[in-house]
Design a protein around this ligand. Structure first.
Ligand code: NAD
Ligand code: SER
Length: 324
C-alpha cells in the first residue's frame, strides 16, 4: 500500500511567502493535499491552482473546523501583520499574531497534529542586541509591536514543544525578496519595490537611508529553508522555534549599485520615514551557526545572483504586461 499522503493547511497563504510556499508544497505533496487559507480571497488564478478556504486565524472554532474537516496533519502558520503595518495598527497585530498563533497551537495540540511551522523574524531583536553577527542566544527586547508578538510566538512554540510534546518549528526569516506576490507591509519591503520601480520607471524613492544595512534573503532560499527545517530529523534539533537564518546583508545604496550594473540610469532618492527607526533597531548581520549545524542550512543566493534573477523575472513580467 502506498503511504497515506500528508494533508497540509497553510494560513495566510495569499501573502508574499504563502503564495510561493503553497506551490512548492503542492509540488511535493500533491495539489489536493495542500489547502491554502487566508482571511481574504485570492486571485482567480490562485483559486484555480488548488483547494482554498477562507479562514480567519483569530477565530479558533473556525481553525479547529478547517483542521477537522480536511483531516489536516501539518499546518504552516503564515498569517501575520508585519512590522510597518503593525506599528500603524498595533491592536490588529496583537490580535492576529498573538491570539491567532495561540489558536493555531491550541488546535494543533487538541487535534494531535504531526507538525506545525510558525515563522519568526529578525524583528525579535532590538537596539540592545549586538548588530553584527547577531548570536542565536541574545537579547530579545524589540521595540515594535510586531517584534514583541514574534518573541511571544517563539516562546509559545517552544512551550508547546516542552509542555505538550507538539512538534513546532520556526526560523527567524530576514527580509524576504521575491517577484510573485508583493510584500504585505514590512520594513524590508523597499528591497522588493526598488526592482519593480527600476524596471518600470528607472527611478525609486526609498523610505530608508542609503547606509541602512539589513539581513535579507531571496525567495528560493526562503522556501528551501522552510522545507528543509520542516523535514529535519526532530532528534537532531536542540532549538525549535527560533533558528537564526542568514543569507545576505546589504545597505539600500549597495542594492541600488548592484541594480545599476544592469540598469545604469537608475535614480534613487532617499526619503526616510517612520520605518527608518524600525530598521535602525534591527541587526545588520546574523550568525546562523545553529541552523547550519542542526539541520544543514546553506543558502544558494548572494546579492549579485539574487539581483540578476529578480531583474530577469521582473523584466519578463513587464514584457508580458503583468507588472502591478
Ligand atoms: P504577508 O503580509 O505577505 O502575508 C500575510 C497574510 O496573512 C496575508 O495574506 C493576510 O491576508 C493574511 N492574514 C492577515 N490577517 C489574517 C487573519 N486574521 N487570518 C488569516 N490570515 C490573515 O506576510 P508574509 O511576508 O507572507 O509573511 C509570512 C510569515 O513570515 C509571517 O509570519 C511573517 O511574520 C513572517 N516573516 C516574513 C518576512 C518577510 O520579509 N516577508 C520576514 C520575516 C518573517
Ligand atoms: N520583512 C519583515 C518586516 O519588514 C521582517 O519580519 O516586517
Amino acid at each position: 500500500m502506498p503511504p497515506k499522503p500528508i494533508k497540509i493547511l497553510v494560513t495566510g497563504a495569499g501573502g508574499q511567502i504563502g503564495t510561493e510556499l503553497v506551490r512548492a508544497l503542492r509540488q511535493r505533496h500533491g495539489r489536493d493535499n495542500v489547502t491554502a487559507t487566508d482571511v481574504v480571497e485570492p486571485s482567480p488564478q490562485a483559486m484555480a491552482e488548488g483547494p482554498f478556504a477562507l479562514l480567519d486565524v483569530t477565530r479558533r472554532a473556525d481553525v479547529a473546523a478547517a483542521v477537522e474537516s480536511r483531516r489536516i496533519d501539518v499546518v504552516y502558520h503564515l498569517a501575520a501583520i508585519l512590522s510597518a503595518r503593525g506599528e500603524k495598527n498595533p491592536g490588529l497585530a496583537w490580535e492576529v499574531n498573538i491570539n491567532g498563533t495561540f489558536n493555531v497551537l491550541e488546535v494543533a495540540r487538541e487535534k494531535g497534529l504531526a507538525r506545525v511551522f510558525c515563522p519568526s523574524s529578525i524583528a525579535v531583536f532590538g537596539p540592545e542586541t549586538p548588530k553584527e553577527n547577531t548570536p542565536q542566544e541574545t537579547v530579545l527586547r524589540p521595540k515594535t509591536m510586531y517584534g514583541l508578538t514574534k518573541v511571544a510566538g517563539e516562546l509559545l512554540g517552544d512551550y508547546y514543544v516542552q509542555k505538550h510534546g507538539l512538534d513546532v518549528r520556526g526560523c527567524r526569516y530576514p527580509g524576504i525578496i521575491s517577484h510573485e506576490t508583493l510584500p504585505g507591509g514590512g520594513t524590508t519591503d523597499y528591497a522588493v519595490a526598488i526592482f519593480f520601480e527600476a524596471v518600470k520607471n528607472g527611478r525609486y524613492a526609498c523610505f530608508l537611508r542609503p547606509e541602512t544595512r539589513l539581513p535579507m534573503m531571496y525567495m528560493p532560499d526562503c522556501l528551501k529553508a522552510t522545507l528543509d527545517l520542516m523535514e529535519a530529523d526532530f532528534g537532531r534539533l536542540k532549538h525549535h522555534c527560533d533558528f537564526n537564518l542568514a543569507s545576505m546583508s546589504f545597505s539600500a545604496e549597495e542594492l541600488a549599485a548592484e541594480i545599476r550594473k544592469h540598469i545604469p540610469g537608475l535614480v534613487v532618492a532617499y526619503r526616510p520615514d517612520f520605518r527608518q527607526a524600525i530598521a535602525d533597531s534591527w541587526p545588520r548581520t546574523i550568525d546562523d551557526a545553529a541552523a547550519r549545524e542542526e539541520w544543514g542550512w546553506k543558502p544558494a543566493f548572494d546579492l549579485a545572483s539574487m539581483t540578476a534573477d529578480m531583474l530577469r523575472a521582473v523584466s519578463d513580467k513587464k514584457t508580458r504586461g503583468l507588472l502591478p
